[in-house]
Design a protein around this ligand. Structure first.
Ligand SMILES: Cc1cc2nc3c(=O)[nH]c(=O)nc-3n(C[C@H](O)[C@H](O)[C@H](O)COP(=O)(O)OP(=O)(O)OC[C@H]3O[C@@H](n4cnc5c(N)ncnc54)[C@H](O)[C@@H]3O)c2cc1C
Length: 495
């Protein structure tokens, strides 16, 4: 449920925009756009069976956008036409890349056009120049195999089915961040269609104001049809060591002590991930871990010794690579979740700037007791992503809209359910856990990574108070009509 807090966060101007009645029927939209778009484009009602077959499906069903028309442009000029048409006729629309955006602000979008970028799938890797140029709908899993095959790497996220453009527009954090920073730090230029339908090449030299906003708050300003990135020679000849481990509930405490021992001395090649959920066989909330190390097995085993010394119940070691590591990480949990469609869940997140062992033990004990008493909450899962900060901090904060480069742990609380009636309960539980975790976050206010947000946190939390004035000013220049204000939006007015 997008509540009063998030409605306030949207700002008055946007609420007015959201309430504009749509004067034009879906059938008319289909008719008009079919007449305008080039051969190879597709425009259908969402009730047409070909919508389900040909258009990008969404990962999340909870508070997701409600489309009445699918428009899948073939060329950049078609994207321009859809945007101009929608803008002129006041029909809301949403660009869709990988369909993995899940913030509940998206639920505000109704009677809309799904502007599906599914035809923008080109991948061009230049091994001499160390660059990669991709179309606006290419997914992470589409490039990792090709990069690995030519001995290159790029800071991908954990989930192969996520769209690279969408991921980059919010920053893009993953296990290679310790070496190369966010995906957005590796962007060299982007082709952007603005709300007026103009095509801009945006880079450090061309539209430098938009260049700042594009990298961290980019979905607020236009539709990206292609992106060019810097890529890197593969570390350790492309071999990645993934160590999965399963810990008993009784080690709640010791594992967080071990995590804490890495703060301030975290090797840039190592990522520490946990999925923490009820394991009835093990008798409680039990953490499973993945240690992803961009280096050889012997080194990896030495580096993660503080965890292995705790005597996990089970350990498995994989020699992996860029194309495969996310399939084996966390006992294949990430790949499994990422490949699902239309799931119901209540997502919450917060950034941790320290590992407060006492607070974490309290939270997990509380979760243990609560889940034991309430079957409806059993799908609650906590995720821990402790990436080294070195790569992120190698870029100054002022370089882009990507906020909070000093995060120690990206903490997510996801309440999964197969029964949508349970969602409000999981939503409430997620809020309670977030509030408890916030007490040990190391910051007085809630700070969140925009891509993991629930939608109720507000722009200060997603973008930081320091960056908001500049982002609001950009909104007034590049999206004065709030056409791109559905995904954790930057308000053009307000504080
Ligand atoms: C299972 C899962 C795992 C994830 N793991 C990570 C992770 O490891 N690291 C991380 O940083 N994030 C991660 N994310 C978050 C992910 O980066 C965001 O959800 C991102 O928005 C997904 O982009 P998309 O194109 O797949 O989604 P979409 O829903 O298609 O797009 C999300 C938003 O971006 C906009 N958008 C997408 N493409 C374009 C484009 N070409 N031009 C303009 N706007 C565009 C859309 O309009 C929408 O507002 C994960 C998400 C999921 C569901």
């Amino acid at each position: 449920m997008v509540n009063l807090r998030s409605a306030l966060a949207l700002g008055l101007a946007q609420l007015c925009h959201l309430r504009v009645a749509q004067a034009i029927s879906p059938q008319r939209i289909v008719h008009d756009l079919q007449a305008q778009l080039s051969v190879g484009s597709e425009v259908v009602l969402t009730s047409n069976p070909s919508f389900e077959e040909d258009f990008t499906s969404r990962f999340s069903a909870s508070h997701s956008p409600k489309f009445v028309v699918g428009a899948k442009p073939k060329k950049v000029s078609d994207v321009q036409k859809v945007i101009r048409y929608a803008s002129k006729n006041k029909v809301p629309f949403l660009a869709t890349g990988g369909g993995h955006g899940y913030t509940w602000t998206l639920g505000e979008l109704e009677n809309a056009i799904q502007l599906d970028l599914g035809h923008f799938q080109t991948i061009d890797i230049n091994t001499d120049a160390n660059t990669m140029t991709i179309g606006g709908a290419v997914r992470i899993g589409n490039v990792t195999e090709q990069l690995h095959a030519v001995g290159k790497e790029f800071p991908v996220g954990m989930c192969p089915t996520v769209g690279i453009s969408g991921y980059t527009l919010g920053g893009g954090v993953g296990p290679l961040g310790g070496m190369y920073g966010a995906a957005s730090d590796n962007l060299l230029s982007a082709e952007v269609v603005t709300g007026s339908g103009e095509v801009l090449t945006v880079s450090a030299k061309s539209h430098p104001d938009l260049w700042y906003g594009l990298r961290g708050a980019g979905f607020n300003y236009g539709v990206v049809t292609s992106m060019k990135y810097r890529i890197h020679p593969a570390t350790n000849n492309g071999e990645i060591t993934v160590i999965n481990a399963m810990f008993p509930a009784a080690l709640n405490g010791s594992v967080w002590e071990a995590c804490n021992s890495f703060v301030g001395r975290h090797p840039k090649e190592l990522s520490i991930l946990f999925a923490i959920r009820l394991n009835e066989t093990l008798g409680g909330i039990s953490p499973i871990a993945s240690f992803i190390y961009f280096g050889p097995r012997d080194e990896a085993l030495k580096v993660v010794k503080p965890f292995l010394d705790l005597n996990p119940l089970h350990v498995e070691i994989h020699q992996s690579n860029l194309a495969e590591f996310s399939n084996v990480a966390l006992y294949a949990d990430v790949a499994d979740i990422g490949s699902r469609k239309a799931i119901d869940f209540a997502p919450f997140t917060l950034n941790l700037y320290k590992v407060d062992v006492k607070n974490l033990v309290n939270v997990i004990n509380f979760m243990n007791t609560t889940l034991a008493e309430n079957d409806d909450l059993k799908g609650a899962t906590l995720s821990w992503a402790q990436y080294p900060t070195e790569g992120f901090l190698s870029y100054p904060s002022r370089s882009s809209a990507f906020a909070y480069r000093d995060v120690i742990v990206y903490f997510s609380i996801d309440g999964f359910t197969e029964d949508v009636a349970k969602l409000p309960l999981l939503d409430d539980f997620g809020k309670v856990l977030r509030d408890m975790l916030q007490l040990g976050s190391g910051r007085p206010q809630l700070e969140t990574y925009v891509h993991f947000g629930h939608g109720d946190e507000g722009p200060r939390s997603w973008y930081s108070a320091a960056k908001l004035p500049r982002l609001r000013a950009l909104k007034r220049v590049y999206d004065p009509r709030n056409l791109f204000s559905w995904y954790n939006p930057v308000p053009s007015v307000g504080h």
